[in-house]
Design a protein around this ligand. Structure first.
Ligand code: ADP
Ligand code: MG
Length: 691
């Protein structure tokens, strides 16, 4: 039960004055459904804005406020692709373009009647030899002067919200925060000179108050470590079952290749864990193409040899199907029964699977999170394999762990090469097996960086490639904005590219992206995988695990917009067969020095671990933790520097607390419970119920 003291912060954000159903929606889009969410929605940055009358006074990149008069509206020839521009001039006649992408153009039409003066605020940029402000804010004339001030917080917004509106809601939310008991170890708290929680919350919205931000980040790290340690302790308390396989099923596998040393070593490590009574909690880390699937299969067969069932959880429907096909055919000589369960299995099909699980006739179940559901019960589940583990929260992991009468062993697999320093943050205290050796005979993927201007040449090149009978991928960027929406225009751009490629290649082209109906997506994917279609236009949904060996060319548009880890994973889709593979990274416009270095790194190496380590240096590695915006980030508040600086301290702090007060009953323990609820790590607290 949630501590009473937190009632006000967990109250719905709708209870803030001035929030009706109309504002509730955009707030919800940002995930701000409760008062605490609003209070924890920290400014993305602070700006200093300067009011100017003459655009020439402004410097490039500066935040300005200026009065402009619209002289002309320019829609793009290609609606949905190019931007919408309002050409406007300042009082002395300097011209500036107000540039809008996607749907934002609708409001531009209304807000800028030609010939009328309006105040706008935004970042002054240059586009070619033209001044421009992209997506300017509109400012009331009388507040224009007032806005020209220091340290104005800038929040991530969603459609229907404005900075001033969100600012006033935040002030209200902050006003409702109670004082909370201190959960940070006194010595750390004093030594760091941090403010108390409520003060820190207020300060973090005012300016870049480092101590306040650090404190809040520390809170988050502490909550996370506490919860993970509680899970671990719970795992130790729950009895698992020792599984020893006699090798009989594994001996019947007819693999078309010899396992690499790293694969054999990983299987041995897993085998050793499975023979223990305490449940395994192991992470199998291996670059794209390192051959994790066969390791997973061996692990599952060990469970089967011991008379137990095994389940493999995939993050997407597509991957679940692909795993199912691969594993069923690889396992065919062993005679084990492999079944697939996804959200789409209905009626009799679904019932048949549920029966088979219950009576034990199904040995291996492969599926999406549908295999978590309460209605899914196993006769005797001994092992759970989780593919692409970073997509699953600890809470889900626990709910699956609850499926066996005794805790099943868990093997998590990830292709995200995480620098060693961050493994602890992501995976707590899991044991790690690394597949640091690729199967032999892999050809290097030739990687080229090409200017986006040469798109026509690239399309012609794709044509020549398809003419040889091989297949290709064409990836368009889809980037999530801070507000959780897809970047304006990305879908439109992908659709437009698809239409263009279709003009060249007709029915040979199919498209998949996240906005398509699952049936359509799967049908398209299947047509590509079976060779019916030659070119797959996609957004990052193909990122994880898709395996089509005859696809040997990958084109990635606006490659600079992708994270390196993501580029690396995408590139790993090619180079899977015996033919030479190529990857073309199309870069848009002028690149910063860092962006150039990042793309150069991609050209230079194919070693995922090296890319991860160097990317961490080049750009602070936000994407490795999952950018905070992307929803599967480990942390929402702590950034990478804070993780590196404070995680070890928070972790040690948490461990001490758990060792001395495992039930969290001391004063500080009680405070820590409040913290766990505050950060919604309450599954940690719930584990205390049993003991
Ligand atoms: P990932 O680690 O990305 O999941 P997969 O398990 O999908 O990699 O393996 C990639 C490809 O490599 C598959 O086609 C698989 O059959 C093949 N493979 C796996 N292990 C070996 C090996 N030891 N030798 C040769 N090919 C292998
Ligand atoms: Mg895989």
């Amino acid at each position: 039960m949630r501590p009473e003291i937190l009632n006000s912060v967990f109250a719905e954000s709708q209870t803030l004055d001035g929030v009706g159903p109309k504002l509730a929606k955009p707030l919800e889009k940002l995930g701000l459904t409760r008062i605490k969410d609003v209070a924890y929605h920290l400014p993305e940055r602070f700006v200093t804005r300067r009011a100017i009358t003459d655009l020439d006074e402004g410097t490039e990149g500066e935040q300005v406020i200026v009065a402009l008069t619209a002289i002309e509206h320019r829609a793009s020839y290609n609606p949905g692709r190019g931007p919408y521009r309002v050409m406007a001039q300042d009082e002395v006649g300097n011209i500036c373009a107000l540039t809008y992408f996607g749907r934002a153009s609708y409001s531009a039409k209304k807000l800028f009647p030609v010939g009328e003066k309006r105040w706008v605020a935004g970042r002054l940029d240059r586009y070619g030899d033209m001044l421009q402000i992209v997506h300017p804010d509109h400012v009331e004339e009388d507040s224009a002067a007032h806005l020209a001030r220091l340290n104005e917080p800038v929040y991530a917004l969603s459609e229907g919200l404005t900075q001033p509106k969100l600012g006033s809601l935040t002030a209200q939310a902050l006003g409702r925060l109670p004082e909370l008991p201190e959960w940070i170890q006194p010595s750390q708290f004093e030594q760091a000179g941090w403010p108390a929680w409520r003060d820190a919350m207020h300060l973090a919205h005012k300016d870049l108050h480092e101590k306040a931000r650090d404190r809040l980040a520390y809170d988050e790290l502490l909550a996370n470590s506490l919860a993970l340690l509680m899970v671990k302790a719970e795992g130790r308390r729950r009895k698992g079952q020792a599984l020893s396989g006699d090798g009989s099923l594994r001996a019947r596998l007819k693999l078309p290749f010899e396992m690499t040393g790293a694969q054999k070593r990983s299987v041995q490590e897993i085998d050793g864990d499975l023979q223990q009574e305490s449940p395994m909690l192991r992470l199998l880390q291996g670059d794209v193409g390192a051959g994790k699937t066969v390791v997973a299969l061996e692990a599952m067969l060990i469970a089967n040899e011991a008379g137990k069932q095994a389940a493999l959880l995939a993050p997407t429907e597509i991957l679940a199907r692909q795993h199912f096909e691969t594993i069923r055919s690889m396992a065919a000589p062993t005679g084990v029964e492999v079944a697939l369960l996804t959200g789409r299995a209905k009626g009799r099909e679904r019932e048949g699977i549920l029966m088979g699980l219950l009576d034990g006739s199904i040995d291996i179940l492969i599926g999406t999170h549908a295999i978590f559901q309460d209605s899914v019960n196993y006769k005797d589940l001994g092992l759970v394999v989780i593919d692409e583990q970073h997509r699953f929260g600890v809470a889900q992991r626990l709910s699956l762990a609850g499926k066996g009468r005794r805790a099943p062993h868990t093997l998590a697999m990830t292709a995200t090469p995480i620098p060693r320093s961050l493994t602890l943050a992501q995976y707590g205290e899991m044991d790690v097996s690394r597949l640091d050796e690729l199967p032999p005979g892999r050809q290097a993927i030739e990687t080229l960086v090409v200017s986006q201007d040469r798109c026509a040449d690239v399309i012609a090149g794709v044509g020549r490639h398809l003419a040889t009978g091989q297949q290709a991928y064409w990836v368009c960027p889809m980037v999530r904005e801070a507000n959780g929406n897809w970047q304006t225009g990305d879908i439109a751009a992908a659709e437009a590219r698809y239409a263009e490629l279709k003009e060249h290649f007709g029915d040979d082209v199919v498209m998949v992206h996240g906005q398509l109906k699952p049936e359509v997506k799967d049908a398209n994917m299947e047509r590509f995988a079976s060779g019916g279609a030659k070119l797959l236009v996609a957004t990052t949904v193909i990122e994880v695990g898709v395996d089509v060996p005859s696809s040997t060319l990958m084109v990635i548009e606006q490659a600079e917009r992708f994270g390196l880890a993501q580029l690396h994973q995408l590139r790993g889709r090619v180079g899977r067969g015996s033919e030479k593979s190529r990857c073309l990274l199309l870069r848009g416009g002028e690149l910063s020095e860092t962006a150039q270095k990042r793309l150069a790194l991609m050209r230079e190496t194919q070693d995922g671990f090296r890319i991860a380590e160097e990317d961490l240096e080049l750009r602070g590695g936000g994407e490795l933790l999952g950018t905070r915006q992307s929803g599967d980030a480990a942390f929402r508040i702590a950034d990478l520097d804070q993780v590196q600086k404070y995680l070890p301290i928070a972790h040690a702090d948490a461990r001490m607390l758990i060792e001395h007060d495992g039930g969290l009953t001391s004063d500080r323990g009680e405070a820590a419970r409040v913290l766990l609820y505050l950060f919604e790590r309450d599954w940690g607290v719930q584990l205390l119920r049993g003991g």
